[in-house]
Design a protein around this ligand. Sequence first.
Ligand code: XMP
Length: 312
Amino acid sequence: ELDTERFIAEKVRGIRETVGDGIAINALSGGVDSSTVTLLGHRALGNRLRTVFIENGLMREGEAAQVAGWFRELGVTVDVVEARDEFFAALAGIADPEEKREAITQTFYRDVFGRIVKESGARYLLQGTILTDIDETIAGIKRQHNVFEQLGIDPQDAFGYRIIEPLIELRKDGVRAVGKALGLPSEVFTRIPFPGPALSARVIGAVTPERIETVRKATAVVERMLGNTGAFQYLAILHEDRVTGMRDGKRDFGLQIEVRCWDSVDARVAEPTQVPFDTLKTLALEIIRAVPGVVSVTYNIAPKPPSTIEAI
Ligand code: XMP
């Protein structure tokens, strides 16, 4: 059983010792992990911590404003850093999942954070890596976007700064408990997981602004309509294949969206949620209505393993 107060006190002390009287940068995406790290970091460093949200063009509808709003209420200023063009340029023409992840990693850590850290005079980046991220990377399942030292990569050499990861020994359930104890609103500490590569982890094949917009619209429908299932995670995936369908009485070689909804405790193993069939049918109709070009909606019924939660 995790003693959250003790954990918080220990980590606050550790962050203070490491950063000394310098400043640090903190990567906030608004997920449970980075939100928890943000509050821990502010408890430790106060205004010597600068919190940034990277607008990479791959986030969900209205996400930057929503996250900045939550933290404003908590007394934390969030700098939204515009980097859309940089991410789409780095992803252009890449279809392979691991190459996509590598492009995201380099753009985040080498290019964008490299620049922010250097300009600010900071020496540390504070971020919310958790144990599951490490496990899956070491097991060779996928290289999570935020894992370095366990792969023999020294962030100081590769990017020019050190990384502080106070949540590295926790899994999702532990992080939620710590986030709650730190005073995150329940809307935030109960948020479903969302991957670092964001919607680019949900586009099979090439990532373009148009294809991201398609999966963004489908994601909004899925999150709205499956939000009351209590599932661990639910998402939409845009497939590369096109399928024949019909719209307005005419043949339409259209897009295919896959919906996944998972029951899980810590993301290591997962089972598809038994969503009522009527809900799935309503969901399909709503996706077809709200997302231009979609003619097929499927529901994944395979467990993890051998499936994984995300598409790449
Ligand atoms: P998979 O797809 O490997 O996902 O079954 C396991 C859990 O991790 C999330 N995920 C990521 N989180 N960076 C992250 O911070 C990543 O690169 C990444 N890839 C997957 C995923 O959403 C699920 O909760």
